[in-house]
Design a protein around this ligand. Sequence first.
Ligand SMILES: NC(=O)c1ccc[n+]([C@@H]2O[C@H](COP(=O)([O-])OP(=O)(O)OC[C@H]3O[C@@H](n4cnc5c(N)ncnc54)[C@H](O)[C@@H]3O)[C@@H](O)[C@H]2O)c1
Length: 284
Amino acid sequence: VIRFDGQVVVVSGAGRGIGRAHALLLGERGAHVVVNDADGDVANSVVAEIEAPGGAATAAIGDVVEDAAAIIDAALSVAGRIDALVNNAGIAWDKPFGSDAVRETERLLRVHVLGTVALTQCAWVPLVEVGGRVVNTTSGAVMGLVHSTAYAAAKGAILGWTRSLALEAAPLGVKVNAVMPMARTRMFELAGGEVGSAQDVWLSDNFPPELIAPTAVFLASEGVPFSGQVVETSGGTTAPVLICVGDYRAARTPEEVRDALVGTEGELTVVHGLAEMLATKMSS
Ligand SMILES: NC(=O)c1ccc[n+]([C@@H]2O[C@H](COP(=O)([O-])OP(=O)(O)OC[C@H]3O[C@@H](n4cnc5c(N)ncnc54)[C@H](O)[C@@H]3O)[C@@H](O)[C@H]2O)c1
């Protein structure tokens, strides 16, 4: 059984949706959960939900970038340790690419990317001390999603950041993975979904946020054996997301490039890092 007794786990954006589900399951499994949210009311009510059946939680209200140091200080004041950090806070919207693209991209990069970087930076030394875990949150939008260029840029950055930090963290004993969730939350409304529509009902019935939490909780646990993985989870299933390259073919002229890339299929090779990809290329 996967338990967190005696461990402190920070969850950002834990007042609603997926983060709330993570926090409740971590609380059930014995963690002292530090419930961060920019919205104090929802953070406090999740703390009460964890405490009601006998769990332990502390609210850390604030913005993941501006208040990162204070959020991590609140976690350290619980027991002088941080065993896992779940970077989940985020926002989204439905906006076509256009004249506001720079401002919109800056705003989403700030919350998702800088929020993740700031909390991880502040928690890094305590995480290294205990051989801790970082669980980041990317999105299927990195595969391509209309009206989501700013969001996909931010979530794509988190994907590359996760895999890169995992390589650096390996000798330090820290595991860094990411979830790629899909669930019916308030984000559905923020991203332009129609409340009460057939799609809404289908998503609500089949993709509740509670079904994301088991994957994040496993990735946050002491026994997680791997690092640098991105794990898709939704509707009660989970699967690793793999980055693959196809066959290497001659490409010394634009015509060779055309013949190599258009209408050809080849073997796929899973890649775990850029150095590994270059090594494969050199040996092919
Ligand atoms: N819902 C999905 O299908 C889906 C899909 C892919 C990725 N995600 C990601 O999952 C995460 C959680 O999303 P959700 O669907 O539960 O959304 P949600 O809107 O229900 O909850 C997000 C929570 O984060 C908080 N938050 C936002 N900005 C913050 C900040 N700067 N500092 C602190 N707290 C902040 C909000 O107040 C809110 O309570 C996000 O990173 C989101 O991008 C969600």
